[in-house]
Design a binder for this molecule. Structure first.
Ligand code: BGC
Length: 479
């Protein structure tokens, strides 16, 4: 019992440190919303350059997550986190001290690289060290950290806004980056990655330390069984057998972004002003409230993800997001009815609560669970870079969409995408609650349908002989 408590304590501790990456993700994506008002004036930025400054992070994150699969497979999850923290420090200092808009944009793109690599490595690392019964909780700590980072950014923006000191707004991010750097020194390497690299003895030692028990034979056997001699390649991702996994992960990344979350995270004050809250401070305060609800509902979701499961939360969340987007659409359709602005605020809060309890944490979680170990690095990296690409797509098309079909019409489009999201989850997304990563992999090899991938066999069948991976996987060329 004592060992069990110690082991959980240790895993929580390790996870909390790794999740600082998420905090920096939230901070650096959120901080620009306030800082840009002053940067624009100082550097006399045109609208186009303003857009470039804001979205340089998204571009960097896209590139960072695209290279991170190969990188973490080569150098390991822990070293990747060390590199992430160093890039965060460099990028933050560069942006805070930027003498020109060009250096600022380069610094933001560098920060984006760190966010991209971190958004890939942290959930992967957390999924790999977590015991299955609390994996949902631990991986979702990363999402909680993202929401905390966003709130921290709003607060810091608010504090420094009085003097318009954008350099301090951006520079504050160096503090968590240094804490992450120091923390990575204490993080153990992922035992699953070590097995993958053939370091069996070290992996077993690490696993014993993390689990605080000598009895890790079963877990080690499962991990070893899931490793094939051949390394995963890009081509393999599109093999017939792995295609369902690609559909699930790309679909989740797509629906997480195209249902409009960042129109609220990045543009809430603007939307609220359009809804009739003309005072900037009121709009900013309401934005802060939205940020707080984002944190609170992520906290509520954390234990439920492992108790209720991923699918019910996703389905309920998407249904709720649909209702609130439809309500916002109606409110914007009748601008003359000023009392409807309260409907806008209420439905924005309801929307953020539904997102925080579903697609927010669960997208990261499921994509870190469903890829076979052999292809996990490269698979998650493709899914996450697509997520950043979808994020950019929404950020870039928002204003054009509003021009074309109005705010009301734009919200309708996001609402319809929520309906498609419900169908997608219902028919394709597996329930992975309580299932080991190795069991998911076995189900995949056994050719189970996407929705069945999380099914756990009876206890005595838990470690059956592995059937062959099939020609599509075994015949793959090794890079
Ligand atoms: C999404 C971000 C979003 C954040 C809001 C994350 O899961 O990937 O795009 O800004 O949640 O909490």
């Amino acid at each position: 019992m004592v060992a069990r408590i110690r082991s959980y304590y240790l895993v929580y501790f390790i996870s909390a440190f790794a999740a600082i990456t998420g905090l920096l993700f939230g901070y650096d994506t959120g901080v620009i919303s306030g800082a840009i008002l002053f940067i624009r004036k100082d550097f006399h930025l045109t609208s186009m350059m303003t857009g470039v400054t804001v979205s340089a992070v998204l571009m960097g994150a896209f590139l960072g997550s695209a290279i991170s699969g190969k990188m973490t497979d080569e150098i390991g999850r822990r070293k990747a986190l060390v590199i992430v923290s160093v890039i965060f420090v460099i990028g933050t200092l560069m942006t805070a001290a930027a003498p020109s808009d060009l250096i600022l944009i380069i610094g933001r793109a560098i920060l984006g690289m760190a966010i991209g690599i971190g958004s890939f490595t942290a959930p992967l690392y957390l999924a790999e060290i977590a015991p299955p019964n609390i994996r949902g909780f631990l991986v979702s700590l990363n999402q909680l950290a993202i929401t905390l980072g966003i709130i921290l950014a709003y607060i810091i923006d608010y504090i420094f806004a009085a003097n318009g000191d954008w350099r301090w707004m951006l520079g504050f991010g160096v503090l968590p980056a240094v804490i992450l750097f120091v923390g990575t020194y204490f993080l153990p390497e992922s035992p699953r990655w070590m097995v993958f690299k053939g370091m069996l003895l070290e992996a077993e030692e690490n696993l014993k330390n993390i689990r605080a028990t000598e009895d890790v034979t079963r877990e080690m056997t499962e991990i070893k069984q899931s490793i094939q001699e051949k390394r995963g390649t890009w081509r393999m991702l599109f093999s017939k057998r792995l295609r369902p996994i690609m559909y699930i992960s790309l679909g989740l990344a797509f629906f997480q972004q195209v249902t409009g979350i960042n129109t609220i995270i990045y543009y809430a004050p603007t939307i609220l002003q359009q809804a009739g809250f003309s005072e900037a401070t009121t709009a900013i305060l309401a934005t802060l409230a939205i940020g707080i609800f984002n944190v609170v509902f992520t906290v509520i979701a954390l234990p439920l993800i492992d108790r209720w499961g991923r699918r019910p939360l996703l389905l309920m969340g998407l249904a709720g997001m649909f209702i609130s987007l439809a309500a916002q659409s109606i409110a914007f359709y009748f601008p003359e009815l000023t009392y409807l602005r309260w409907l806008t605020v209420g439905s924005m809060i309801f929307y953020i609560a539904c997102f925080a309890m579903s697609l927010g944490p669960i997208m990261w979680l499921v994509i870190s669970e469903i890829f076979p170990l052999q292809i996990r690095g490269v698979g998650i990296s493709v899914a996450i870079s697509c997520c950043w690409a979808f994020n950019m797509l929404v950020a870039m098309t928002l204003l054009t969409l509003i021009d074309a079909v109005g705010i009301s019409g734009t919200f309708w489009i996001y609402a319809i995408l929520c309906v498609l999201g419900v169908l997608f989850v219902y028919f394709l997304v597996p329930e992975t609650k309580g299932c080991t990563l190795e069991q998911i992999e076995k189900n995949l090899r056994a050719g189970k349908a996407p929705r069945q991938l999380g099914i756990t066999l009876g206890k005595k069948n838990l470690l059956p002989e592995l059937p062959s991976m099939g020609p599509e996987i075994e015949g793959v060329v090794v890079e």
